[in-house]
Design a protein around this ligand. Structure first.
Ligand SMILES: Cc1ncc(COP(=O)(O)O)c(C=O)c1O
Length: 380
């Protein structure tokens, strides 16, 4: 991967100008996400039928090729049979809503590019609530069908994810539905906190699987909820000794790097076109940004071709990773192959790097088109 990656165009890279590594993880941040609330989420989710920790894979051949000490890959491809880490977030938020209000007359709704809607639909079915899920034009029919398979109503409306968010919130206001969003905005914070806290279960599992902390974490960003959830866990536990934390986004939907550059929540325009459907978000979650702005070390972008290459590299190792799920690993491959980024991020042959592989083959046809084999053939 080294020689191919170094031939690719330069990536956008930004050391976080707002980073304050010595800052404590204080009450303000603990009111968003905390180790204590993470333990509650872990206790609840680990009691669900079919729960099992996902594997933490040691990609030794890749570490060798990238001249790194270790590359660890938290493989969410089989999480609850939903193929992505999102099973932890939306479904947990639905659970908490039902616990607080009861299920009588409850309809939950969300906009999604696939994975989050699948989790909300699955959570609603588990809890006995109704679900209406909004998708935009770019969401593949395979992903829509996966959501319908949990009994949810799927509504296709709008050109981008952000359009479908608007359509969903208007319909929810008209019909009295409860929105279960994975992003937050002023005045809408409680549900997205639960969604993010559900994600932190991955970090709790990693700690049990690999008690020594990694030196680096590379994680992909859409609205930033995932990144904030896993960063908050290491920041609260390890303070300034936490791993170097890098957020990776598609170059066409890079709202987090642009927010970091502007030192404020910033939306990006355009059609956000990328194969990394789960990361095609135009603006950050305001709650996630409150954690990422002071706490992430760096932000970088990758191209669709980088994600596709990482999928094929993983497949060669018998591991199935989807387009959005491998973005952190693809960012690592680029950074490790670039001497300037290696130096900036202190990556060397002793580094132990953790990547969150947040989805498997969430669309079977898309996966086969990129990798040339089905997920089953790769795993065999
Ligand atoms: C597979 C996958 N990985 C990562 C993300 C990014 O999560 P967030 O939007 O919380 O940054 C998503 C979002 O949908 C996703 O589907």
């Amino acid at each position: 991967m080294t020689s191919q990656a170094s031939a690719l165009p330069a990536t956008d890279f930004l050391s976080n100008p707002s980073l304050d590594r010595s800052a404590a993880y204080g009450d303000d941040l603990r009111s968003i996400l905390s180790l204590a609330a993470g333990r509650v989420a872990h206790q609840a989710i680990s009691a669900w039928d079919g729960y099992a920790p996902t594997p933490l894979r040691d990609l030794a051949a890749l570490a060798d090729r990238l001249d790194l000490g270790k590359v660890l890959y938290k493989d969410e491809g089989l999480r609850f049979g939903l193929n992505s880490f999102k099973a932890l977030g939306g479904a947990y938020a639905v659970d908490r809503l039902v616990a607080a209000r009861g299920v009588q007359g409850l309809t939950v709704a969300c906009a999604t590019d696939g994975n989050h809607g699948r989790s909300v639909a699955w959570g609603a079915r588990r809890a006995g609530a109704k679900a209406v899920i909004y998708i935009h034009e770019g969401v593949t029919e395979g992903r829509a069908e996966a959501i319908r398979s949990y009994g949810a109503t799927v509504v296709r409306e709008g050109r981008t994810y952000d359009d479908s968010v608007r359509a969903c919130s208007e319909a929810a206001a008209r019909n009295g539905w409860q929105i279960v969003s994975d992003t937050s905005w002023p005045g809408y914070e409680d549900v997205p906190k639960d969604v993010m806290q559900g994600y932190s279960v991955m970090a709790i599992e990693v700690q049990a699987q690999q008690p020594a902390a990694p030196t680096h974490v590379f994680v992909q960003g859409g609205v930033g909820g995932l990144a904030a959830a896993v960063l908050s866990d290491t920041w609260e536990r390890l303070g300034a000794q936490r791993p170097i934390f890098v957020v990776v986004e598609p170059e066409t939907a890079a709202c987090l790097i642009e927010s970091a550059r502007a030192r404020a929540v910033t939306a990006v325009g355009g059609d956000l076109d990328t194969i990394m459907a789960g990361l095609a978000c135009g603006g950050p979650s305001i709650l996630a940004w409150r954690i990422l702005q002071p706490g992430a070390d760096a932000f970088m972008t990758i191209r669709d071709s980088d994600a596709a290459e990482a999928m094929r590299q993983l497949a060669a190792l018998g591991v199935v990773g989807g387009e959005s799920g491998v973005a952190g690993l693809a960012g690592l491959a680029k950074a490790a192959a670039d001497p300037a980024l290696r130096a900036a991020l202190k990556l060397d042959s002793a580094s132990v790097v953790l990547c969150y592989g947040t989805e498997g083959a969430t669309d079977a046809e898309v996966y086969r088109g990129i990798v040339g084999r089905t997920a089953e053939e790769v795993r065999r």
